[in-house]
Ligand binder design. Structure first.
Ligand code: JB3
Length: 222
């Protein structure tokens, strides 16, 4: 049965997610963005910005699905714990899922993404355009695998981690929680939590304190 989604966000990422939902036959009556200047605009023709986050809760009812279509991982996490609503998985029809693949509520699996057998995708994670996740991977809650990334088998991507466009990760590697990998990197060694790693091969260039992403989103220390 085709689902009906309420989409949070009206930016570039929301356009991609709404397009994927419509392509898969879902209904998207409107989206919700806290920028008042966007009220009434249509990021995708026929899908108006009907209000901000506060009106989402009054418009939601059981059976409707919600997705947080905002690219910033820490912000998706902050928003995801605010409301008692039901999150759905946004799955593009051109995505390819193997046997035993599972995705948590709010996950977004976008056009031409490939997820091979027995990989698990966390809640509110983003598998962006044409990325490939090979067998037995674990992609954590709120993580974002950007377009064109390629993960070998048994790769672990920690909660909130961001893999920039075209990142390559060899089999069995762990990318730490809330870490960032620069576009085009080739990751051949584990990346610790809360780091930034760039280059070929990837090298850690920055280390942040635990909970850095909370402060970035105006939340207290962990
Ligand atoms: O690179 C790719 C393929 N996609 C990027 C994506 C992953 O991230 C894209 O190019 C952008 O860099 C970015 O897309 P996103 O997240 O749509 O960015 P932006 O265009 O800035 O849109 C974010 C929207 O969220 C803005 O319209 C904000 O007003 C809105 N927003 C921010 N905070 C919020 C809130 N909306 C609600 N409802 N509630 C909030 O708290």
């Amino acid at each position: 049965m085709a689902e009906t989604f309420l989409v949070i966000g009206a930016g570039g990422h929301a356009k991609v997610v709404i397009d994927a939902l419509l392509a898969s036959g879902c209904a998207v009556p409107g989206c919700y963005d806290d920028d008042p200047a966007l009220l009434g605009s249509e990021p995708v023709p026929g899908v108006p910005v009907v209000g901000g986050s506060s009106s989402l809760v009054s418009n939601w009812r059981k059976g409707l699905k919600v997705v947080i279509a905002i690219g910033e991982n820490g912000l998706r996490r902050r928003l995801s714990v605010l409301w008692d609503v039901e999150y759905g998985v946004a799955l593009a029809p051109s995505a390819v899922l193997g046997r035993g693949v599972a995705a948590g509520p709010g996950a977004m699996i976008l056009p031409s993404a490939t997820v091979n057998i027995d990989s698990i995708i966390g809640s509110h994670a983003i598998l962006n355009t044409s990325c490939s996740i090979d067998h037995d991977c674990r992609v954590g809650d709120y993580a974002h695998v950007a377009p064109g990334c390629a993960l070998g088998g048994n790769v672990v991507v920690g909660e909130g981690a961001f893999l920039g466009i075209g990142t390559r990760v060899i089999p069995g590697i762990r990318i730490g929680r809330w870490s960032i990998v620069g576009a085009g990197a080739v990751v051949t060694k584990d990346v610790p939590d809360n780091c930034t790693a760039v280059g070929v091969p990837a090298r850690v260039i920055k280390r942040r304190e635990e909970g850095w992403h909370l402060k970035m989103n105006g939340e207290g220390s962990p």
